[in-house]
Design a protein around this ligand. Structure first.
Ligand SMILES: Nc1nc2c(ncn2[C@@H]2O[C@H](COP(=O)(O)OP(=O)(O)OP(=O)(O)O)[C@@H](O)[C@H]2O)c(=O)[nH]1
Length: 332
């Protein structure tokens, strides 16, 4: 069942349910269900494709994916979630767009497809829509520690008093009188509100301008110089390999190969993990029992000083490292 059908089903059930005290709870559950329409996750990473109607999303999908909605690159399967064309004002509830955009919250990366022949307005509108469902694109998570506590408001801050005072006012406006706050970097009031409200998602967004065959070289050049931007033409087959490579780079994934004693590493299989992953996560990814019986791991690759090197669970692996774990022998 597609996303739109799922949403329509729940909305129909809500419309059929009478509103009264007895059905309040059921309606609440339906609303919550609507808010986080679930799409089955597959592959090693998920990319949400968003854009206005007719920008070329279907054409793009048919070019880069096969019968499944996955792109295969560097041994990884990347799930491409095609969200129905978003219309202006979606976050205000128009055309079920709000639920559609909220699905993008579950993605590891957002691919915003734009029509190169149209002006900058389409991009601004989509950014507003994403912002309104709590998605923060191409921004780091604020370096703020925040915890509601018993006792008085205790702020540990290295910022100017005047700024701290503003943050205190925000806490009061949310009726939070007891909290522990640690602001590590220079942050805006908006950043602080995001942290207080929680449930914000910080996601990388790649801007993809399609139909560059229909604009001048000067215009293409101008678009291509913007950050996190790739210019393509689905119909003219321009930059189609590059966009996939660019997505891979921005997903920040790495491959780790495994090796058995006395055998060559398995360069066909291997594990796809987020960069910054530790040996502990690699073990978990292979089999849970590996962690319980872990003694040490041998690593060959760029993350070690010499190859192989004995490493512990907290060691951070690099792309294309070869991994072999050693289990501890248990004596009864
Ligand atoms: N000139 C040009 N036209 C393109 C290109 N890619 C797609 N189109 C045209 O743009 C129109 C819309 O393409 P679709 O792929 O259907 O767009 P969509 O975003 O899936 O549209 P919805 O399903 O309405 O959301 C079609 O007429 C395509 O032929 C391109 O690279 N260059």
């Amino acid at each position: 069942m597609g996303i739109l059908e799922k949403i329509a089903d729940i909305e129909l059930e809500m419309a059929r349910t009478q509103k009264n005290k007895a059905t309040e709870y059921h309606l609440g559950l339906l609303k919550a269900k609507l808010a986080k329409i679930d799409v089955v996750r597959s592959g090693d990473a998920r990319v949400a494709l968003i854009g206005f109607p007719s920008v070329g999303k279907s054409t793009f999908l048919s070019k880069v994916t096969g019968t499944t909605s996955e792109i295969y690159h560097n041994g990884a399967a990347i799930q491409l979630l095609d969200l129905p064309g978003i219309i202006e004002g979606a976050s205000q509830g128009k055309g079920r767009g709000r639920q559609v955009i909220a699905v993008a919250k579950t993605a590891d990366l957002i691919l915003m497809m734009l029509d190169a022949t149209k002006g900058p307005r389409q991009r601004e509108l989509l950014e507003i829509e994403l912002e309104s469902v709590g998605i923060r694109i191409n921004r780091d998570k604020p370096n703020i520690y925040f915890k509601v506590k018993k006792g008085g408001v205790r702020t540990i801050s290295v910022l100017l008093i005047i700024l701290t005072h503003r943050f205190l006012q925000i806490l009061q406006s949310y009726k939070i009188h007891n909290a522990e706050v640690l602001i590590r970097d220079d942050h805006t009031v908006d950043d602080f509100i995001d942290v207080v409200l929680g449930n914000r998602k910080y996601i990388r967004c790649v801007y993809c301008y399609n139909k560059i065959d229909a604009i001048s070289l000067e215009e293409v050049d101008k678009l291509a110089r913007q950050p996190y931007t790739v210019v393509i033409s689905c119909e003219g087959d321009l930059n189609m390999d590059y966009i996939i490579e660019y997505l891979w780079k921005n997903l920040d994934l790495i491959r780790v190969y495994t090796k058995r004693r006395g055998e060559y590493p398995d360069f066909e299989g291997g594990l796809i993990v987020k960069s910054g992953t530790t040996v502990l996560d690699v073990c978990k990814g292979i089999h849970k029992s590996l962690v319980d019986e872990f003694s040490y791991a041998l690593l060959w690759g760029t993350s070690t000083k010499h190859s192989p090197q004995r490493v512990g669970l907290s060691h951070v692996v690099d792309d294309e490292d070869v991994f072999k774990s050693s289990r501890s022998v248990k004596f009864q």
